[in-house]
Design a protein around this ligand. Structure first.
Ligand code: ATP
Ligand code: FE2
Length: 333
């Protein structure tokens, strides 16, 4: 096989982040990949909570700059790019539409093939590229998403997932309620360090799925009653919900016989969640892999990298089939 280099520019815009990444692969006997750029622009508000139209407006505003900065960081010109990829779903429609429009425009104007990719799977594949993980179970814990995913018997499968909201959105909602600001996850983590007493909360694991709505209602009431400290509540919230995630991840490892756990998503930046996963992995002789923060949160590099993998498998997304898929499931990709 002849060796060749391909370069992909990937656009991420499923929620509050607009990001442009550039990845390259040396295609030979064994394909090797590398990230050349990863420019992340996040839409934030003081109080948190995304108004889709406002986030979309932010994405329109930063779009050009993000593309230019990514090309500059990679020290290449748009003509050096071979493929344009974008997050086709799942995500917020208003936001997805901006990334898709930008990707279509680049593809048409510069005559490059377009590849739409699944956002959740890109978290798994970037982890495999950047860590030593070969065939991991992914614990993907972000704002909107909470899933345990692995590639098994020829396709990506969801072994467990949230039945209502993502763990990050739940942490954000509680943090907002007790006046910690946005994003709430890091604030809850800080506050939890001062916690001394574990307060019993509902522990909701159903089969391999989890649910956070009832826990949020319960802890909000406890706070409103005024008999518990913020520190103890944050500590107990982390201990309870992270134990649920670890339980489901462990069950997926046991079920698949896999020996590697990979983390992905913004909540995976949490030091306590990482520690709990590490303890579980050590106890069962599995290995834990944690990519660096810029590749845990939503990022364009993972979209660029999955764009290359999909392109090499033959995936093409002509403009007429490039409509966004807000409800695209991991196991349908
Ligand atoms: P997706 O579309 O994948 O759901 P997202 O918009 O939620 O993405 P991410 O950047 O993956 O984006 O995750 C953001 C979430 O991560 C927020 O809910 C935030 O509170 C949470 N988070 C960030 N850092 C921490 C932390 N240290 N501990 C807990 N949660 C955290
Ligand atoms: Fe994500």
């Amino acid at each position: 096989m002849k060796t060749s280099e391909i370069v992909c520019l990937g656009i991420e815009s499923t929620a509050h982040t607009f990001s442009v990444g550039i990845a390259t692969a040396t295609v030979a006997e064994k394909t090797r990949g590398k990230v050349l750029a990863n420019v992340i622009k996040q839409f934030t508000t003081k109080t948190g909570g995304i108004i889709p139209a406002e986030a979309a407006e932010h994405h329109v505003e930063v779009c050009d700059v993000a593309i230019k900065e990514a090309l500059a960081a990679a020290a290449i010109k748009i003509r050096d790019v071979d493929i344009i990829s974008f997050s086709q779903g799942p995500g917020i429609g208003h936001c997805l539409r901006i990334g898709a429009a930008a990707a279509r425009t680049l593809a048409v104007v510069h005559k490059k093939p377009l590849v739409g990719v699944n956002h959740c799977i890109s978290h798994l594949e970037i982890g495999k590229l950047l860590t030593a993980a070969k065939d991991p179970v992914l614990l993907y814990a972000s704002g909107a998403n909470t899933q345990v995913i692995a590639f098994e018997a020829g396709k990506y499968r969801i072994f467990g997932e949230t039945l209502d909201q993502g763990v990050g959105n739940m942490l954000d909602a509680f943090a907002r309620h007790i006046g910690l600001g946005f994003p709430g996850g890091p604030q809850v983590m800080k506050m939890a360090k001062g916690g001394k007493n574990y307060i019993e909360l509902p522990y909701v694991v159903k089969g391999m799925d989890v649910s956070f709505g009832g826990i949020l209602t319960n802890i909000t009431r406890k706070y409103d009653n005024g008999s518990y400290s913020k520190e103890d509540l944050c500590y107990s919230l982390q201990e309870t919900t992270f134990a649920m995630l670890v339980e489901v991840a462990e069950r997926a490892l046991a079920h698949t016989g896999k020996t590697e756990l990979l983390l992905g998503g913004g909540v995976a930046c949490n030091a306590r969640l990482q520690e709990m996963c590490r303890i579980m992995c050590e106890e069962r002789g599995a290995k834990l892999f944690v990519p660096e923060r810029q590749f845990l949160v939503d990022n364009g590099a993972m979209i660029a990298w999955l764009g290359i993998l999909e392109y090499l498998k033959g995936t093409r997304t002509p403009v007429e089939r490039s409509a966004i898929k807000p409800y695209w499931r991991t196991d349908e990709a």
